[in-house]
Design a protein around this ligand. Structure first.
Ligand code: USQ
Length: 406
């Protein structure tokens, strides 16, 4: 298949591009390199040293003989360029990762909120609009988030996208219907993914676009089979307070002897998936497109759930690192249960890599190898969800933010 990977230079876009190229597909990356610009803005860098996208694709070609093409296009701003590219290349599938993906970054300031909404919503809409205008029947796969469902404290199982409900008619009868699961985003970033969902519903119904939306959990790990092949194919690995995600952050913190940064009580339960499974799921979705005219296909792309403090305690035991119990910079439920249905990928043959797979040590090893690149001052998460919360955390010097260390 000819596949366009929008955002193919990013944390999941890059290993996905390699995985699908390895499987024999013709891969074309479209990316505005915004993630690299954000590193520059924030003054942080990936823990792992990353080469330019052109250099990465050159190495891939030298290693495998396969070409990955790169196009510098901004989906949100360069509508005509995007449309012309799609019109010329007419890909069989489009994988859409081209969005600002960090919740803390999206909450940093009014400017960051505007950027995240404008970028993410315009990128998605431009893509849908162009596919429709060109009458291009490419299967669109979007990387969404588990965070669209929110974290209720009720603990009922979360279905894959659609919720069966009974509605009472005027005649007193109860009719059953499946509705899109009510959105309950916890950040501006997550909110943009909820808005994306509505765009997908409209274009699937109105124009018959074939769309798959993957509601993914928190990704952990850094290597995949293909990124391991050469030092210069290495994936990016974020550890800073804005882009680092919780489990990877704890592992890096353990590697550099930094107290594990638990927000609040650590009672937040979240869904997780290893990056190798993430790219496998995308391939499975690619092989199983919805029919034209069908509703948006939704998968819950996660393999297990964990409570933040359980992860911290496990890594503390494993490494001897202390836990720092911090005031929570986010506005989120202090404790929640989370049960998630994920049979659809399991039925398609996914055999999940779980935390017990022994890969935690591998991540600590990567972190130790590149520990000299870590700026410890960038480890704390200081982006606050509200002005009131900011007043309690940001104005304190770093060390005093700790509530306690155990
Ligand atoms: O040092 C830390 C970092 C995070 N947390 C807590 O861990 C939980 C998860 O935070 P996260 O930064 O790992 O994940 P999140 O902000 O939800 O976003 C990440 O995970 C999402 C999937 S999900 O969480 O919505 O399922 C993706 O959509 C995003 O792109 C990705 O950045 C939160 O309760 C947070 O307060 C800590 O206790 N300590």
């Amino acid at each position: 298949m000819k596949i366009a990977v929008m955002g193919g230079d990013g944390f999941i876009g890059w290993p996905t591009s390699l995985h699908l190229s390895d499987a024999g597909h013709d891969i074309h990356i479209l990316d505005n390199l915004s993630r690299r610009w954000i590193d520059t803005e924030l003054g942080v860098q990936s823990l792992t040293p990353m080469d330019s996208i052109q250099e990465r694709t050159r190495i891939w070609h030298a290693e495998t003989g396969r070409r990955i093409h790169f196009n510098l296009i901004d989906l949100a701003k360069d509508y005509e360029l995007l449309k012309n590219w799609l019109s010329e290349h007419r890909p069989d599938a489009v994988i859409h990762f081209a969005e600002q993906r960090a919740a803390p970054y999206s909450m940093k300031s009014d400017r960051h909120k505007n950027y995240t909404v404008n970028n993410n919503v315009s990128a998605t809409h431009n893509l849908l609009n162009a596919l429709t205008e060109l009458n291009l029947d490419a299967h669109l796969i979007h990387l969404g988030t588990m965070g669209v469902y929110g974290y209720s404290t009720v603990g009922a199982a979360i279905p894959e996208g659609y919720l069966p409900v009974g509605i009472e008619t005027a005649g007193g009868e109860t009719v059953s219907q499946e509705i899109l699961y009510p959105s309950n985003p916890g950040s501006i970033y997550h909110m943009t993914k909820c808005l994306d969902q509505l765009l997908f519903q409209f274009y699937a119904r109105n124009d018959g676009l074939r769309i798959t939306d993957l509601h993914q959990g928190i990704v952990w790990g850094t290597h995949t089979e293909q990124t391991r092949r050469h030092a210069q194919l290495i994936n990016r690995f974020d550890y800073d307070g804005d882009y680092g995600t919780v489990l990877n952050r704890f592992l890096i913190q353990a590697a550099i002897g930094y107290p594990l940064t638990v927000h609040g009580t650590g009672g937040q339960t979240r869904a997780f998936i290893h990056i190798q499974d993430s790219v496998r799921c995308i391939e499975l979705a690619l092989k199983n497109p919805p029919a034209r005219g069908a509703r948006v296909e939704i998968f819950n792309q996660m393999t297990e759930t964990h409570r933040v403090r359980d992860l911290a305690e496990m890594i503390a035991r494993m490494s001897g690192t202390k836990i720092a119990w911090l005031p929570n910079p986010r506005k989120e439920a202090a404790e929640n249960e989370l049960i998630v249905r994920n049979e659809k990928f399991r039925d398609l043959g996914l055999e999940p890599i779980t935390l017990e797979a022994g890969l935690l040590g591998e991540i600590v090893d990567v972190a130790k190898k590149f520990a000299y690149r870590v700026d410890r001052a960038r480890v704390p998460a200081v982006s606050a969800w509200t002005k009131d919360i900011a007043a309690t955390i940001n104005h304190d010097p770093e060390g005093k933010r700790l509530k306690s260390v155990s």
